[in-house]
Every structure is written in structure tokens, then in C-alpha cells.
Ligand binder design. Structure first.
Ligand SMILES: C[S@@+](CC[C@H](N)C(=O)[O-])C[C@H]1O[C@@H](n2cnc3c(N)ncnc32)[C@H](O)[C@@H]1O
Length: 254
């Protein structure tokens, strides 16, 4: 059964139609699915695509979610469901239930969050629901650097919520959820990277994901740390210096 669709523009030139795409199936089993429970969010991050977006904001109804789970039974290769997208998953009133239902189906579950709404009830709910991984988005390790990007954000609140959840998980003698950090690196926050390891230690995070910025608004274009050939002319005309990133030897196996 073909389960993944890939956008393919191979017929663009032959048909001479600019922008025409065909969807071809590729034969790789479906292993992970990303669900966006809601596009509602409680922060106004400078990086967010919502700043250049006029889509209607909405949330997934639990009936649709149950139907989706039922349909996904057709994919025995599926092992992970990630609650991930543009909105903040914890604004969805049924997020804990959604995780529990996926867990009951035997799936590994991951949630990405800004951490502000992770109160004691939600934390206990996630632990009991069997959530495997909670990824906390940071983009800054001090309140000043954090709120410069995550407008309206309160880093102390996030720190406290994660600390509480970690203590609760230990008291309940559970190993999950494992905590991870996600950090979008930009010109204005690259100086924060040396402090990330300590932040991860304090938050008992097991991994850190560093990702590049996809600029969604004109002003964010100047924040990127990579060079897109042709965007700024030739290499000598690079508008900024990309710092060397030196990584230690590491085990890349899961
Ligand atoms: C859009 S947020 C939504 C989930 C949740 N509200 C949160 O803050 O993690 C998901 C992830 O995308 C990252 N992100 C947001 N805008 C981005 C951009 N323009 N380029 C790359 N990553 C971005 C965020 O930092 C976050 O780690």
C-alpha cells in the first residue's frame, strides 16, 4: 500500500505549465503522523507564520480526531503521533484526552508546547495519559532574550511548569514524558546557544533541537543564519557571517 504522497513537479517542463504539480505515491511505510489539534495560540511570536496569515483560526473536533484514529488503524506501520503545528496544542481543551487515545492505540506520542498552559492538572494528565515526549520551545534562555521573540511570553512561568511536571513525574515513579527543548536559531539569539546546555540541565531535558528560521515576514528575513544561493547575489555579498558550528563527536543512533 502506498502511504506517503510526495509533491513532484517533473511534468512542469514537459507540459510547460508553471507551478503545476502532480502527487505521486512513494512506497515507504507511514511511521509518524503530525496532527495539529488547533491553530489557536496564547503567544504572538515574531517568528510565527500566523503573522503573515489570514486563515480562519480553528480547532479539531474530538469526533473528527476519533474518526482519524479509527482510520489510522489501516496503517500498522504507524508508531508515532506528534501533536505539532502552528497553534499551541495546550489551548485545546481535549489535548490530554487526545494523547490518551493515541497512547491506548499503542502509538508513541509527542507534544510541542510553549509551556505556559502546562499547569498541574495538565501535567498530571499527560503523565497519566502516557505522553512519551514533551518538547518545549524556547528561543531564549533569559527573560529578555525570550520575550524579544516570544512576545507576551514569561520564561519563569515555563521554567516553573516544567519543574513541577518533572517533580510530579518522579513522585509518580514514571519515566515519561521525556522533556526536549526546541530552539530556533537566529542572528538575534545565536548568543544564547552557550547557555542552552545549562538550561536543558535545569529543565531535565534529554535533547535539544536547533532549527533554522523560515522567515515568514519581511523583517524576519534579516534574522536568518544561512545563505540561500541567489538571494543576496554572490557569496562575497553575504550580508552576515555564518558562524562555524563545531560539534563534539556524538552517537547519532536513537
Ligand atoms: C509554531 S510553534 C507551535 C507550537 C507551540 N505553540 C510552540 O511554541 O512550540 C512550533 C515550533 O515552530 C517553531 N517556529 C515558529 N516559527 C518558526 C519559523 N518561522 N521558522 C522555524 N521555526 C519556527 C517554534 O519555535 C516552535 O518550536
Amino acid at each position: 500500500m502506498s502511504t506517503v504522497l510526495e509533491i513532484n513537479s517533473h511534468d512542469r517542463q514537459s507540459k510547460g505549465i508553471l507551478g503545476r504539480h502532480s502527487l505521486d505515491s512513494i512506497k515507504r511505510p507511514l511511521t509518524k503522523i503530525y496532527i495539529e489539534p488547533t491553530t489557536v495560540c496564547n503567544l504572538k511570536c515574531r517568528t510565527c507564520i500566523r503573522n503573515s496569515w489570514d486563515e480562519t483560526i480553528g480547532s479539531m473536533d474530538l469526533t473528527i480526531y476519533r474518526k482519524l484514529l479509527s482510520d489510522l488503524r489501516e496503517f500498522p506501520s504507524l508508531h508515532t503521533m506528534a501533536f505539532w503545528g502552528i497553534g499551541e496544542p495546550l489551548t485545546h481543551p481535549e489535548i490530554v484526552n487526545m494523547v490518551a487515545l493515541a497512547h491506548e492505540m499503542g502509538l508513541k506520542t509527542e507534544v510541542i508546547t510553549n509551556g505556559h498552559l502546562l499547569d498541574k492538572d495538565v501535567a498530571r494528565g499527560f503523565i497519566e495519559a502516557g505522553l512519551d515526549t514533551l518538547v518545549v520551545s524556547l528561543d531564549g534562555t533569559t527573560q529578555t532574550s525570550y520575550e524579544a521573540i516570544r512576545l507576551g511570553g514569561n520564561l519563569m512561568c515555563v521554567d516553573e511548569n516544567i519543574k513541577e511536571m518533572n517533580m510530579m513525574r518522579a513522585k509518580m515513579c514514571r519515566k515519561n514524558p521525556v522533556v526536549g527543548l526546541e530552539f530556533v536559531i537566529m542572528k538575534s539569539n545565536i548568543d544564547q546557544i552557550p547557555y542552552l546546555a545549562e538550561k536543558a540541565r535545569l529543565m531535565e531535558a534529554s535533547f535539544i533541537v536547533l532549527s533554522n528560521l523560515l522567515p515568514c515576514t519581511e523583517d524576519m528575513k534579516d534574522e536568518i543564519l544561512y545563505w540561500i544561493p541567489g538571494t543576496f547575489g554572490n557569496e562575497q555579498e553575504r550580508p552576515f557571517l555564518v558562524p562555524d558550528l563545531i560539534l563534539p563527536r556524538m552517537d547519532m543512533h536513537e
